[in-house]
Design a protein around this ligand. Structure first.
Ligand SMILES: [Zn+2]
Length: 226
């Protein structure tokens, strides 16, 4: 490791055009640099770090990525990311199966789990309705949500979707689609996700907003005779 550090500290490798004397190094740098948020300099630093370690380190690193990518899947029930057909949340007998939190993506599940204040299950839509981006309801996990509701075990759906125009459209669509079913529909309290996505809301606020949820229809169709 040490024999490479002086070069890094001197910095001359990271300036100017990167002319690699090694095709192997160049390919590794390109692989790192293809990741979001990783520039060429950082990619080079990471690559040289690997060069300085035992070959086993790189092997374990690559293996972790390959194993993850080849074996990760979506839970058959809630579409959360999972190592098995059914995720650990759905498979946990201690969770309240009558309560389902509907979210846009898996990072929302992680954010809500982080609060430690929700003991129900989830349903991951896999996006939100966005005509501009060509995402319609049929591309989202909405049919499977309807099926789950129709199985009768779910008493309440909590729509934990950011109140953007697309988010509102999605919530409205879901409330219409599921309005005839025997299920209560609520949404998380407003003001949670101001300026951004659920995943950025702080844990306490997000946790509280789930506790202090409000009936969806009362809040959004007010004036329409409830
Ligand atoms: Zn699941």
């Amino acid at each position: 490791m040490e024999w490479f550090d002086p070069y890094l500290n001197a910095g001359f490798l990271t300036f100017g055009i990167m002319n690699f004397s090694s095709k192997l190094i160049e390919e590794a740098v390109q692989a790192f640099a293809s990741l979001p948020g990783i520039g060429k300099k950082t990619a080079l630093r990471l690559t040289l770090h690997l060069v300085g370690q035992d070959p086993e380190y790189s092997r374990d690193f690559a293996s972790a990525l390959t194993q993850m990518r080849e074996n990760i899947r979506h839970c058959k029930d809630c579409h959360n990311i999972s190592d098995n057909d059914i995720c650990t949340i759905c498979g946990n007998p201690g969770r309240d199966r009558s309560l389902v939190c509907v979210v846009e993506g898996i990072r929302d599940v992680m954010a809500i789990e982080e609060t430690g204040q929700f003991r129900g299950l989830y349903h991951v839509l896999g996006g939100i309705i966005s005509p501009i981006e060509g995402v319609g309801p049929e591309q989202l996990n909405i049919d499977s949500l309807t099926q789950r509701v129709q199985q009768g075990e779910i008493k309440e759906l909590i729509l934990a979707i950011s109140p953007t125009i697309e988010g509102e459209t999605t919530m409205y669509y879901l409330s219409k689609k599921l309005g005839e079913e025997d299920v209560k529909i609520s949404s998380i309290a407003r003001g949670v996700s101001f300026g951004g996505d659920l995943e950025y809301a702080d844990e306490l606020t997000l946790g509280r907003s789930i506790q202090a949820r409000i009936p969806y229809r009362n809040a959004h169709d007010s004036g329409a005779g409830s």
